[in-house]
Design a binder for this molecule. Structure first.
Ligand code: APR
Ligand code: PHB
Length: 403
């Protein structure tokens, strides 16, 4: 193992939204961290992500000084449209539950985080390889890695946090006899399309259709984002631009009740697999997991980043108490507390997915339509969806040492 050449309080593996926000919140409470990232800064900053922020995510980002550009460029949405052939219904979350959502690309959140951490002089090692965790069962864990110049390095820390997404090495370090993996795979994927065209709608449209689900989302006044349900195994090149626009027009109801879909140049095509995954517990010894390292949700409802933010909002004050005061109370509760929200969002994402995606079974189809009618006509049904979509409050629990 490389000789210890770096020392910090919290070693964070992964510079995605979870890792970067964690380093930001820890620094605000005077706790040092070092972030290790296997990709380059430009890759991490430009990865395409979903586009919806829950009210509580927006509140938290503002509270910790990351709300300036979000406030200027983000767009507050009162709700969403839910539709099926010949019917489109608006659910107004503000009327229903007094909360809204924000359209602000999660890629932009990531850029804001990188800018803020760079401005603060955060130590981040990009382009690292061979990340390996050591001694996480002890009070002096370490992480070894090979740096961008090919040198073996070692960070000694009080705590290691795995924010390294679903493919990172951290979650595997929870031993099999402690760990449980909960999995659900779906028999379809999302075909994602980015287009340089003004959105044809003021708020997002989630469309049930006999050909398959479609979603009209957006990134800005001039950029639209669309998704189509496609069979697993579909490749981005399998669909020509004409075929994409035709499918979107059909599934989103072009020409129905005077609504029109405007088409434009497509700038990106990608295929997203759908999966629900939870690993429990989210802590083992001095290793804590946050974000996609511990859980994956299907994209319906755009919960991925919001859930990562909620984990980190709980974890940061817990780690502050642990490293500054040797007070373990919040840290000991972290996994159970975080998992309550994780399972709520896991259920909601699964439920939205099951309600909206084409199934081979005509019985299921009738259940889906009945559910859609109920959710759009009953105040109780609509409020349930709104509460989950706009998200439960998180708030930034101040650690006791922060005063
Ligand atoms: N060493 C260092 N870093 C690693 C390693 C490794 N061995 N393996 C993976 N990483 C990095 C990845 O390159 C990635 O940048 O960890 C980071 C994990 O980031 P995300 O996958 O974005 O996960 P997370 O931060 O939990 O983001 C949560 O944001 O946009 C949403 O949908 C996205 O649900 C996701 C959410
Ligand atoms: C997106 O804009 O990328 C998006 C929006 C809503 C979703 C999923 C993705 O449910």
């Amino acid at each position: 193992m490389a000789a210890a050449d770096l020392r910090t309080q919290v070693a964070i593996i992964g510079a995605g939204p979870a890792g970067m926000l964690l380093s930001h919140l820890l620094a605000a409470d005077g706790v040092e961290s070092i972030v290790l990232e296997t990709r380059s800064q430009s890759y991490v900053a430009s990865r395409i992500r979903a586009g919806i922020l829950e009210q509580s995510t927006v509140d938290l980002l503002r509270e910790c000084g990351l709300g300036e550009r979000l406030h200027r460029e983000g767009d507050e949405h009162r709700g969403i449209y839910l539709q099926w052939p010949d019917e489109r219904h608006h659910l107004d979350f503000v009327d229903l539950i007094g909360r809204s959502v924000w359209v602000y690309g999660q890629t932009e959140v990531q850029k804001d985080l990188i800018d803020a951490r760079n401005a603060a002089g955060q130590e981040i090692h990009y382009d690292v390889t061979d990340t390996s965790l050591h001694d996480i069962e002890t009070n002096s864990p370490a992480v070894t890695f090979t740096d961008v110049d090919g040198r073996p390095r070692r960070v000694d820390a009080d705590i290691v946090v795995g924010c390294d997404g679903s493919f990172g090495p951290s979650r595997e370090r929870v031993p099999p006899h402690v760990r449980r993996d909960w999995n659900r795979v779906y028999p379809y994927s999302w075909f994602g399309v980015l287009a340089d065209i003004a959105p044809s709608t003021d708020e997002l449209i989630y469309a049930w259709h006999g050909d398959g689900f479609a979603l009209h989302s957006m990134r800005s006044a001039t950029v639209s984002r669309f998704y189509l349900q496609v069979p697993n195994g579909t490749a981005p090149d399998d669909w020509s631009d004409d075929r994409i626009w035709e499918a979107l027009a059909t599934r989103l109801g072009h020409g129905q009740n005077g609504w029109e879909l405007t088409t434009g140049p497509i700038t990106d095509k990608s295929v997203l697999p759908m999966r629900s995954f939870v690993q429990t517990p989210m802590r083992y010894g001095r290793l804590f997991l946050a974000g996609d390292a511990a859980h994956i949700v299907p994209p319906t409802g755009a919960k991925g980043l919001n859930l990562a933010v909620a984990d980190v909002a709980l974890l940061a004050p817990a780690l502050v108490d642990l490293v500054r005061k040797d007070d373990h109370r919040l840290a000991n509760g972290y996994s159970d507390t975080a998992l309550r929200r994780v399972w709520r969002c896991t259920h909601f994402s699964w439920w939205m997915t099951a309600m909206l995606h084409r199934s081979e079974d005509p019985f299921d189809e009738q259940l889906q339509l009945s559910q859609l009618r109920w959710v759009t006509s009953s105040a109780a049904g609509a409020a349930g969806l709104a509460e989950n979509y706009a998200g439960l409050p998180i708030g930034l629990t101040r650690s006791s040492s922060a005063g």
